[in-house]
Each structure stands twice: as structure tokens, then as C-alpha cells.
Design a binder for this molecule. Structure first.
Ligand code: COA
Length: 159
């Protein structure tokens, strides 16, 4: 698995972030990063991050071309909900999506308030579904055209 680094989206890197896009046939699976950043601006429960290749660790200025994707999570009550994972079309299938999920899960598990970790996916999104299942997520509900999955961890492991 490649190393990755999650960084805040700031004045310095938001242009690169909004320029990232998925493959044409994947556009219905995830909102544009512009939309996600606007949502995060008005909803402080949302935590948006740019995903960077890890081989730029230690460099003071991170070049835009080292940004490979975007991910956001919401912390609300005891639930850490992962959403809007995307890896730029030219960076896909190199392990960045998996590495970013592993890091987000690590952060959520370390968040005192969080006792449940969940996500959702459009069921026809084979790539994302396979990724989430391989990380141990288990489906528990389907509504509004989305399949909801959770990790057997925390409260969901105890119950
Ligand atoms: C889903 C997504 C984030 C995966 O990112 P990625 O960096 O390409 O994925 P990885 O290289 O880390 O691969 C992780 C796993 O995902 C699955 N996967 C990724 N791309 C796949 C594809 N084209 N077809 C089938 N499975 C795929 C595989 O299970 C893979 O594991 P493997 O390499 O051991 O077979 C990326 O395809 C994407 O941005 N898709 C469009 C946006 C989207 O659908 N986001 C999810 C919203 S719920």
C-alpha cells in the first residue's frame, strides 16, 4: 500500500482540489469536490481533506501534482461517517483510495466521541463497494438508492 498524507484544504491548495476529477463513467458516483467543500463550509461537522502521495513527506511546499484525491467525513453524535472519497482519474488503481480509507478509519477510531464508523455507496459502484467490503465494512441498510455499510467496531461490535 502506498503511503499517503491527508492535508487540510486551504487557500493554497483548493484550486488543485477542485480541479481533480474522476473518470466520466464515475461522475454519478460522487459529488464534485467544489460541492463538497461548499457543504463543509456551512456544516462544521464535516471534515474535508485532500489526499496527497506520501512520497512528498518532509517537503515544505507540497506541489499540486502530488494531490491525488479527496475525502470527507462527518462526526455527528457517536457516528463517524465517511463520504465523498474520490481519487483523480489518472491516479486510480494505485492503492491511494485504500490507503486514504485506512487513514480515515484510523483517525475516526482515535476520536473519543466516535463509537461507530459507517459509509454509503451506490450499489452499482463496484470499485467502491469492493474496496469497502475488503476493509471489513458490512452492509446494514439500503435506502434512497444508497447501500449503507458499517464496520464491526465499537458499539456495532458490542451489540
Ligand atoms: C473508488 C475509488 C476511490 C477507489 O480508489 P483507487 O485509488 O482507484 O482504489 P485502490 O487502487 O486503492 O483499490 C482499492 C480496491 O478498490 C477496488 N477497485 C478499485 N478500482 C476498481 C475497479 N476499476 N474495478 C473494480 N474494483 C476496483 C478493488 O477492490 C481494489 O483492491 P485491489 O487493488 O486489491 O483489487 C476510485 O475508483 C474513485 O475515485 N471512483 C470514483 C468516485 C467514487 O466512486 N467514490 C466512492 C463514492 S462511495
Amino acid at each position: 500500500m502506498p503511503t499517503i498524507c491527508l492535508r487540510d484544504v486551504t487557500m493554497d491548495n483548493f484550486r488543485a482540489c477542485v480541479k481533480l476529477s474522476v473518470r466520466d463513467e464515475q461522475r454519478d458516483f460522487v459529488a464534485d469536490n467544489t460541492w463538497s467543500l461548499a457543504q463543509a463550509y456551512v456544516n462544521r461537522r464535516l471534515h474535508p481533506y485532500a489526499i496527497y502521495r506520501g512520497d512528498v513527506f518532509g517537503r515544505e511546499i507540497t506541489p499540486d501534482d502530488a494531490m491525488v484525491g479527496f475525502v470527507m467525513f462527518q462526526v455527528w453524535d457517536e457516528i463517524g461517517f465517511i463520504m465523498r472519497l474520490m481519487v483523480g482519474a489518472e491516479h486510480q488503481r494505485q492503492g491511494y483510495g485504500r490507503a486514504a480509507m485506512v487513514e480515515v478509519i484510523r483517525r475516526l477510531k482515535a476520536t473519543t466521541q466516535v463509537d461507530r464508523i459507517a459509509t454509503s455507496v451506490i450499489p452499482s459502484n463496484e470499485a467502491a463497494l469492493q474496496l469497502y467490503l475488503s476493509l471489513g465494512f458490512e452492509p446494514f441498510d439500503e435506502k434512497g438508492g444508497e447501500l449503507y455499510l458499517r464496520l464491526p467496531w465499537g458499539r456495532d461490535a458490542r451489540e
